[in-house]
Write a protein that binds this ligand. Structure first.
Ligand SMILES: Nc1nc2c(ncn2[C@@H]2O[C@H](COP(=O)(O)OP(=O)(O)O)[C@@H](O)[C@H]2O)c(=O)[nH]1
Ligand SMILES: [Mg+2]
Length: 420
């Protein structure tokens, strides 16, 4: 069991609240991903104080409020750049859509208007990517552009270029900064820069050197245009797993508020083992906080007994995890088509699709009972209620591990086919 949970349950069963309060922040820091977690600094302070005062009902409501905030969080992402720089491709990649999918943004069409277009995330309707064209058109005015597109509505701005950043890009960045918003420079198409360099200078070609040159060139031109310490992320929309996209993900996650961070982490594409692990971290955090919440309920006198996790709820939980990792039926069908492998063959390789064989595994029950006995027997705590909470914790963890293993397995398969 996670140290975070066992320390909490042990402390609560012994009513050792000072100890619990002291351990809470370091335990939580060890639990969350390096990009941060879902609890805001205010919530953490609140939980710490509630523990110090032994007010478990406050702990329960603070965690519940954090869950609701994360569930209801909306995210509006602005993607700015000239026509042809790869905005639509970038938006499609972040929405997990191939360019030929029905709902995808048109790629390769020359943009002649200044109209902004919203693209909803197919699985997270509260997340919208805004395609903001027009920065390269003669009508573009940096001083009025942000007002015209309603800058206050966006959480952050991605400024895209596929060659060098223009003076207009730098002016926009300054305006975004003045408006108290965050911006990130993204230099697309580095795959074709590398390809061209290798073709023209086959004997002296060095990948890292070319990438450094592109980065230096972008940074220098932005500094000349007045941007202080610009950070530029080099990416290929055709290969998000390489270059700086993972670093961009991590930076965006770190700089978002906690409740938005959780949702953004879940919608990121599963492009590498590292991104699958990152997502796993966020879900593990939620599982632990759920267990902590139900565990706390067990120790509140006269609180309604925590009532389980029935099969439909378990099935839904597994379904949600599958969806986060792109293992829902529709995604598997699309992958099967891409790989040219029959759907049933791929299904046969994935353990997460067989709900009943997973729930038949009763080692989870045994584990939960043993853990509850060990934790509560000391002071004769409310053992059965804690056992329930732990059963849910173990079941969710089991589902998560199986889904993560399957996601990695499928990724390996896709990579093998791409290399061949
Ligand atoms: N090689 C390469 N081509 C890209 C990349 N991103 C976009 N493209 C291509 O660049 C063209 C313009 O892309 P699009 O997404 O329509 O750009 P937009 O006009 O800014 O929306 C299309 O032909 C894309 O396939 C990339 O990272 N690498
Ligand atoms: Mg476009």
């Amino acid at each position: 069991m996670d140290q975070f949970i066992s320390a909490f349950l042990k402390g609560a069963s012994e009513s050792n609240f000072q100890q619990l309060a002291m351990e809470f922040l370091p335990q939580y820091s060890a639990l969350i991903s390096k990009a941060g977690g879902m609890l805001s600094p205010e919530t953490l302070t609140g939980i710490h104080k509630a523990l110090q005062e032994g007010k478990l009902s406050d702990v329960v409501s603070l965690i519940q409020e954090a869950f609701s905030a994360a569930e209801n969080a909306a995210l509006e992402v602005a993607v700015i750049g000239q026509s042809g720089t790869g905005k639509s491709s970038f938006i499609n990649a972040l929405r997990g859509l191939s360019h030929d999918a029905n709902e995808s943004a048109d790629v390769g069409t020359v943009e002649t208007t200044m109209c902004k277009t919203p693209y909803q995330h197919p699985k997270y309707p509260k997340v919208t990517f805004w395609d903001l064209p027009g920065t390269g058109t003669p009508n573009f005015r940096p001083d009025t552009y942000l007002d015209n597109v309603g800058f206050a509505n966006y959480d952050f701005f991605i400024i895209i270029s596929s060659s060098r950043f223009s003076l207009n890009d730098a002016l926009l960045a300054q305006k975004i900064k003045d408006a108290g918003k965050k911006f990130y420079f993204v230099r697309t198409k580095v795959d074709s820069d590398l390809y061209n360099e290798q073709k023209t200078k086959p004997t002296t070609f060095k990948k890292e050197k070319v990438l450094q040159q592109i980065r230096d060139y972008c940074v220098t031109s932005l500094i000349k245009s007045g941007v202080t310490e610009p950070q530029v992320f080099l990416i290929s929309n055709f290969d998000l797993g390489t270059f700086d996209f993972p670093k961009l993900e991590e930076t965006l996650l770190k700089e978002l508020p906690g409740h938005k961070r959780h949702m953004f982490a879940l919608l990121l594409p599963n492009i590498s083992d590292a991104s699958i692990e990152l997502k796993k971290h966020f879900l593990q955090e939620k599982i632990c906080l759920e267990a902590l919440k139900s565990g706390a309920v067990s120790f509140i006198p006269f609180m309604p007994f925590f009532c389980g996790f029935n099969f439909p709820q378990q099935e839904q939980c597994l379904k949600d995890y599958r969806s986060y990792f792109g293992l829902d039926d529709q995604s598997i069908e699309e992958i099967a088509e891409k790989l040219g492998t029959p759907f049933v063959d791929i299904k046969g390789e994935l353990k997460c699709l067989d709900f009943w064989s997973l729930v038949k595994d009763d080692t989870i029950i045994t584990q939960a009972m043993r853990a509850a006995e060990a934790l509560c027997a000391v002071k004769g705590g409310p053992e059965s209620s804690v056992a329930q909470a732990l059963k849910v914790y173990y079941r969710r963890t089991q589902f998560l591990n199986v889904v993560v293993d399957d996601a990695k397995h499928l990724l390996r398969k896709i990579e093998t086919v791409n290399v061949a």
